[in-house]
Ligand binder design. Structure first.
Ligand code: 13P
Length: 251
């Protein structure tokens, strides 16, 4: 695949300072695979310390607010993440969509705020099991892409889309490689429709129960440009196996 593979660990609400040693191991291991872009999105509390120590990996946030500042108790602005050393932020994760009521328009506003702050942005999309069973998966996901992507001129290198079927997250269930390829093709077509030629250069990550055992097969699927990894990103051992799988695929 022509685009540099991108492997991102989403630590979700896991990790205290004791986990920084694991991040250092991941950083050292990632340095052995310069052909792969590697990132970790730890909880906000670890962003600054992790970013200070990181040499080979990027460090990111798991969410940001759409506004630059103000009376938004508990929220963090994109510019604050950048100030703490983050290089990217994940927006529109299905856990935020489901538990915090974020709609496509909210996700778009956050993505635009991230880009304005100079961060790369990973926009997450994905269907529920009921939507897939009803044959609506592609329509739902391409609709989310159309509604959630930042508007205006967007450099492809700053934008990543992560396809994460909700039913595959944390369940150990993954779609077939054919289903992943079909969805990534549909997302690619929508990206080109929305962004023109630049849409061909946006990486589309797969996420949902990626682990050391299934990563190589999923990463080899058509138009899979990397992975967004939850549970298996919490140890250097499993996460670096996934990074190495991307290196093989990318060479
Ligand atoms: P798991 O890899 O734990 O299924 O989580 C995927 C995910 O939600 C990453 O953002």
């Amino acid at each position: 695949m022509a685009l540099r593979p991108y492997i991102v660990g989403n630590w979700k609400m896991n990790g205290t300072r004791a986990m920084l040693a694991e991040a250092r191991s991941i950083d050292r291991g990632a340095a052995r695979h310069p052909g792969v872009q590697v990132g970790i999105a730890p909880p906000f509390t670890l962003v600054h310390t992790m970013a200070e120590a990181a040499e080979a990996i990027g460090v990111g946030g798991q969410d940001c607010h759409a506004k630059a500042s103000g009376a938004f108790t508990g929220d963090v602005a994109a510019a604050m993440l950048a100030d703490a050393g983050a290089g990217f932020v994940i927006v529109g994760h299905s856990e935020r969509r489901a538990m915090h009521g974020e709609a496509d328009a909210d996700v778009r506003a956050k993505a635009e705020a991230a880009l304005a702050a100079g961060l790369g942005v990973i926009v997450c999309v994905g269907e529920t099991e009921a939507q897939r069973d009803a044959g609506q998966a592609e329509a739902v996901v391409t609709g989310q892409v159309a509604g959630s992507l930042p508007q205006g001129d967007v450099a492809a290198a700053q934008l990543t889309v992560a396809y994460e079927p909700v039913w595959a997250i944390g369940t150990g269930r993954v779609p077939s490689v054919d289903d992943v390829s079909a969805m990534h093709r549909a997302i690619r077509a929508k990206l080109v429709e929305l962004l023109g030629e630049g849409g061909a250069d946006v990486r589309i990550l797969y996420g949902g129960s990626v682990n050391a055992g299934n990563a190589a097969e999923l990463l080899a699927a058509e138009d899979v440009g990397g992975a967004l990894v939850g549970g298996a990103s919490l140890t250097a051992e499993s996460f670096l196996t996934i990074v190495a799988a991307a290196a093989i695929d990318g060479e």
